[in-house]
Design a protein. Structure first.
Ligand SMILES: C[S@@+](CC[C@H](N)C(=O)[O-])C[C@H]1O[C@@H](n2cnc3c(N)ncnc32)[C@H](O)[C@@H]1O
Length: 203
């Protein structure tokens, strides 16, 4: 991961803005409670955490990423933002926020275009849900299956994404529904932009 991001992290936010669709929609729907705690799993450059912090200045913000290179940019962005955001290095399948931040569970936990890069994404998703407080929420935004865009566009896009080790998770809704049912929670799921993106929340 560090090899991939060592150089691209410098232009990451500028180049990803047009095609990581739905991130601001997910952030806008987070409804962080006053003084609530937030964790981003795979926070990359910290772009989303800064956006959450601007919307919810009293939120307690935390993020981690497996790439130390990405975290260098995240630290720089957080410093520039003037917000108090705690960052750490870790793997979404195992990350222990209590050991790292002294916080065991959060009001809001989210994945933004991260599950499509994690080989054992179902383990990461289940781990994310285990870090949500009772009454909290797990949100996901990621690439979809582009069902409304037609087969040629879909294979072009998916072929290009595979060069970056990104694989849209076709079973995301099924897996989130299974986790929601097992934990006695409710799933909201949508596929905006003709299925280009998938947005799910377990409440
Ligand atoms: C496409 S970027 C998205 C970054 C950010 N979430 C955003 O929306 O801008 C995917 C991020 O997931 C991180 N990542 C990949 N596998 C991970 C894992 N197993 N645990 C934590 N982070 C991971 C990568 O290092 C990268 O920063």
């Amino acid at each position: 991961m560090d090899r991939m991001y060592r150089l691209t992290r410098h232009i990451y936010d500028l180049t990803r803005k047009p095609y990581l669709l739905g991130r601001d929609r997910m952030i806008g729907a987070l409804e962080v409670p006053p003084g609530g705690s937030v964790l981003e799993m795979g926070c990359g450059t910290g772009r989303n955490l800064v956006a959450v912090g601007r919307r919810h200045p009293d939120a307690l913000l935390h993020g981690f990423d497996i790439s130390g290179e990405m975290l260098k940019t995240a630290h720089r962005n957080v410093e520039r933002s003037g917000l108090d955001i705690r960052l750490a290095e870790g793997d979404a399948c195992f990350f222990d926020p209590e050991a790292t931040f002294g916080v065991a569970s959060f009001d809001r936990v989210y994945f933004s275009y991260t599950l499509s890069m994690i080989p054992d994404w179902t383990a990461a998703l289940a781990h994310g849900l285990s870090l949500v407080k009772d009454g909290g929420r797990l949100s996901v935004v990621d690439f979809g299956f582009c069902e409304g865009l037609g087969a040629p566009i879909r294979s072009l896009l998916h072929g290009w994404l595979s060069l970056f080790h990104v694989a849209p998770r076709v079973a995301l809704e099924t897996e989130m529904a299974r986790l929601a049912q097992m934990s006695g929670r409710t799933l909201h799921f949508e596929r905006p932009a003709r299925g280009y993106a998938q947005l799910g929340s377990i409440l």
